[in-house]
Design a protein. Structure first.
Ligand code: BES
Ligand code: MN
Ligand code: ZN
Length: 497
């Protein structure tokens, strides 16, 4: 779908979308269309008693009189004083879904907010951003889909002050592309994306100005990363640890660090998972996918910050060479780990990736993302990711950024009382507590044992990385949850001088 910006002009074909405020108050373009059509808009509203002009409510007027457009779509805007960027993104996304649903090929959005808090250029850019996010589709393997089931919308024109809108859209377009990139990585099956090929995808981002380094199995062994290596040892696919660096900030400023769990497929290993739903475990690398997409975005928009992304990439398989429950491995930190359940593998990956990151880069702060526990879905469902932190300011900043972009976080506690549950009789720490109590907190406590004094946060994204239903700016499938959140976190708090 091609998106462009233009000054308002009534189109000669396709759909035209105009805004209606709550309680049916017409915006200027809606009034103009009402006049041109001899009152078709007013009549359509009168005939739609359930339409209140609330956000995202739509009323289509097909083949309106006196016009060559195929349809007018009246779009509810809510209350004028409540109009905001997020709401416009949702409207842009909702409209794309609607127009694709009715088979439109071209559409013009003339959603004029008049004197609202948002400038007309920003309004147009946010509508376009929402539209771009919703238009994402992972369909490269669908070779027999009927044409009438494919998205029809090929061109979207958003009207407003075009130069201003294009400027406001520049970074948002980069964000939409980074989100699509991450969604692609997460959607790809595990026979296509495995540690080596995922590392290749990161290497491909050097064209954006990122410095990318790949540690292979030999280098990982030299570094003593036996926690990650133990997870990998049952697979014929060799592991990788990838480091991505973006230096857009002051020369010797400590970087912000982002660390991702990249289990390209999680069978559970010898502690094997049940067959039902195991295919979902192709997206057990979503944390890594988000870190890679975020680094791409920071580079693409030339962020004024130093950042480092570290992803630990492995496949967790059962085999004759696989790690056994009860095995004891020595992590890069020197701590020994008793692996009592080979399905609690994400924390083993993070243990070495986090340690390596803080040891080598001395970051100003460190944030990890991981599809770590099924228990976070029990606790929070699919609406919030779990947030754990050893620093209140960091936690508050992350929660605020999440709220601003609509990727919500909910903080859960860390406490020594939980931490004691992973003391091992045979080693320094064990990778499970042994009962089902507080599963996500236990996972976070394990991870924290590999974090030193640096401000650190852990995002458990197991419930939000993949969605089974469409949302306004997130079609079902891989969500890329975290890319927009962390980009906002960086720009709101670390780029303002
Ligand atoms: N990748 C899974 C967590 C997961 C579950 C992600 C469902 C997405 C959806 C993780 O590696 C795992 O298997 N965790 C175990 C931990 C347990 C063995 C302590 C779990 O949640 O069951
Ligand atoms: Mn697992
Ligand atoms: Zn896993």
């Amino acid at each position: 779908m091609k998106i462009s910006f233009a000054e308002f002009e009534l189109p000669g074909s396709g759909a035209v979308v105009v805004g209606v405020w709550e309680e049916g108050v017409l915006t200027a373009p809606a009034r103009r269309l009402d006049e041109t059509t001899g009152g078709a808009v007013t009549r359509a509203l009168a005939a739609s008693p359930r339409f209140r002009g609330k956000r995202n409510e739509l009323v289509p007027i097909v083949a309106p009189p006196n016009l060559s457009v195929s349809r007018i779509v009246l779009a509810g805007l809510g209350k004028p004083d409540a109009a905001d960027a997020r709401g416009l993104e949702d409207l842009g996304g909702t409209l794309v879904a609607h127009l694709n649903g009715v088979g439109e090929t071209r559409a013009t959005l003339a959603v004029d907010l008049g004197d609202s808090a948002l400038s007309p250029g920003e309004t147009a850019a946010r509508l376009a951003f929402g539209a771009a996010l919703r238009a994402y589709r992972f369909d490269k393997y669908r070779t027999t889909e009927r044409p009438e089931r494919k998205p029809s919308l090929s061109a979207l024109t958003v009207t407003g002050p075009a130069a201003e809108a294009r400027l406001a859209y520049r970074d948002l377009a980069a964000a939409a592309e980074a989100v699509a990139f991450t969604r692609d990585l997460v959607s790809e099956p595990a026979n296509v994306i495995y540690p080596e090929t995922l590392a290749d995808q990161a290497v491909g981002l050097s064209s954006f100005g990122l410095e990318v380094e790949v540690l292979d199995e030999t280098r990982m062994t030299e570094r003593g990363m036996h926690a990650i290596l133990g997870v990998s040892q049952g697979s014929v696919r060799p592991p990788r640890l990838v480091v991505m660096r973006w230096n857009g900030g002051a020369k010797d400023a400590a970087p912000l660090a982002f660390v991702g769990k990249g289990v390209t497929f999680d069978t559970g290993g010898i502690s094997i998972k049940p067959a039902a739903g195991m295919g979902e475990m192709k997206w057990d690398m979503a944390g890594a996918g988000v870190v890679i997409g975020l680094m791409r975005l920071l580079a693409a928009r030339n962020a004024k910050v130093n950042a480092v992304g570290v992803v630990g990439l492995v496949e967790n398989m059962p085999s004759g060479s696989a790690q056994r429950p009860g095995d004891i491995v020595k992590s890069m930190s020197g701590q020994t780990i008793e692996v009592l359940n080979t399905d609690a593998e994400g924390r083993l990956v993070l243990a070495d990736a986090l340690w390596y990151c803080q040891d080598r880069f001395k970051p100003a702060l460190m944030i990890d993302l991981a599809t770590l526990t099924g228990a976070i879905i029990v606790a929070l469902g699919h609406d919030h990711a779990g947030l754990f932190a050893n620093n209140d300011e960091l936690a508050e900043r992350l929660a605020a950024a999440g709220k601003a972009v609509g990727e919500k976080l909910w903080r859960l506690p860390l406490d020594d009382a939980y931490n004691r549950a992973i003391d091992s009789d045979a080693a320094d720490v064990k990778n499970i507590a042994g009962d089902r109590a507080a599963g996500s907190i236990i996972g976070a406590e394990f991870v924290q044992r590999f974090v030193n004094k640096v401000p650190w946060a852990h995002l458990d994204i197991a419930g939000v990385a993949w969605s089974k239903k469409d949302a306004p700016t997130v079609p079902k499938g891989a969500t890329a949850f975290g890319v927009r959140l962390l980009d906002r976190f960086v720009s709101d708090y670390y780029e303002k001088g």
